[in-house]
Write a protein that binds this ligand. Sequence first.
Ligand SMILES: Cc1cc2nc3c(=O)[nH]c(=O)nc-3n(C[C@H](O)[C@H](O)[C@H](O)COP(=O)(O)OP(=O)(O)OC[C@H]3O[C@@H](n4cnc5c(N)ncnc54)[C@H](O)[C@@H]3O)c2cc1C
Length: 550
Amino acid sequence: MQSPQPTHHDVIIIGGGPQALAVASRLREQTPGALYTDTEHERLLWHVRHKKRAPNVQNIDPLAVHSESYPCAATPRELSILVLDKGAGKWMHQWRRGFEALEISHLRSPMFFHPDPSDPDALKAFALREGREKELVEIEGVVSRMVSKHEQKKKRYVKRKPLGSNVNERDRCQYFTPSSTLFCDFCDEVIDRYNLANIIQQGDVRDIQHTVHPATSESIFHVSLSDGRASTSRYVVLALGAATIPNIPRPPIGEERCAMCHSSEVIARGFVVCPALQEKINRGEETCVALVGGGLTSAQIADVLLRKGVSHVYLICRGHLKVKHFDFPLTWLGKYKNLHHADFWSQQDPAARVAMIREARNGGSITPAYHAILQSHRAAKRLTIKPHTTVADQTWCSASRNWNIHLAPATGPAKTICCDHVYWATGSTVSIGDLPFLANFRAAHPIELCCGFPCITRDLQWRPDVPLFVVGGYAALEIGPAAFNLLGSRSGAERIVRRMGEMMEGGCDSCGVEETTLGAEGEDDGEWDGLEELRGGAGNWFEALGEIDA
Ligand SMILES: Cc1cc2nc3c(=O)[nH]c(=O)nc-3n(C[C@H](O)[C@H](O)[C@H](O)COP(=O)(O)OP(=O)(O)OC[C@H]3O[C@@H](n4cnc5c(N)ncnc54)[C@H](O)[C@@H]3O)c2cc1C
């Protein structure tokens, strides 16, 4: 049977999670942020002054954009966007499934972590508008009550500095976590507002090819799916999530498969207790599960397992169980965040940036709320936490259908525990080089990789001459530690759309002659064009100080 004719679009976004939603909605947003901070004022001015160059779609002449050979339904006001997600033809499928599987009632992140490009306070405003303030839970100990200087003097308050002193005053009211349903309803509202519901399709991308039309110099991507369908586009955005290779010592073989799994499978497929374990639970027999990992996912899995009737869980952590509100320090969010970002962006060595990201994220940690839950399970003697312990070996006994897990504690004698099932909540290794569907594309358009992260341009572009963009965890070398979270979604989308706007204005030949890639030396024409970038919402304001001095 002949494959159907490829459909053509301006932009194809691969992945339908929150990062993809941020890009798609930013592409359809006609204005900069609705609440004007100083930076936003600058951006608005930039848009007014450079009306012709602004990335908003109303400035794009579709006839100039599309060659005759690739007709497209875009109007001057709306780009044609196709979103492909291998999970489902629905937005946020993976996100919803993960939250349902782990029965997570509230997000970990505060209210200003969201994908809506129109307003940094949009999620808070949505909660208030819908009368759903009760679904917000205060992140305790982060923002303290404001104490006036007079009161401080009176009470000699200065001795113990409140944690909240690092918080940006503007964000003070944002340190609440939304309920999972509130957040999903908010995302649905964003999808409706920008008319994005019908642009997403189920599709597992198997190959990407990029060519430049010899006559028109138009850049064309050819995206092939596993079911034989294909689509073409001028731009591609990868919004794949960060997980590539699950960290497990060895993949299970034979009948081990139904007694061992990685947390990414739980998130991707939903929480299904394996049949043998479920039968034992149903018969009221003693059951035991070993859970390896010290991050929030391991705490969530432990809680779900114990609530599903497992008698005992061993939680095995390499270090001690770290208790933190966020998975990177508040200093990257608070009023001194610019110092951290300035430091990060001034590092030209990708390896140094990776080191900074790792230091900031500092492995897995659990929230105070989940710490309290684990403590209650411990008190009920249903949970044993084994800190500073690694798994030296594991052997499967076919006769008893049990695992023998050999533990190597940092101090004290080795121990073996016998259990029915093993869960590895040990995270995944980011490695874009190991994504099979990108193999041909990477061979044709090679770039430097550092510890699995692609060394992309400041505008999150693969290479200055290849208009493929990367968001989410794979863009961490440019976005920083926030790339793995919702926080990085808006700033990533902003950079990409700004760059696309520039390219649309200049045609395909403008594919980034001026762009510099991390680690690569750009040609210095003696003029500093950074101010332009800052006005476009990207770049580092601290660099400007150096330039002005010079
Ligand atoms: C349980 C859990 C809770 C979390 N809670 C928070 C939180 O509270 N706050 C926060 O900021 N962050 C949280 N995170 C981090 C969170 O993963 C990110 O913030 C967010 O999901 C990243 O969005 P994304 O779009 O990059 O990835 P995802 O949501 O993972 O979406 C990526 C999509 O790409 C699709 N895809 C991948 N490869 C292909 C392909 N070849 N073809 C087609 N489609 C493909 C996948 O099917 C998937 O749907 C949480 C993560 C987990 C797992």
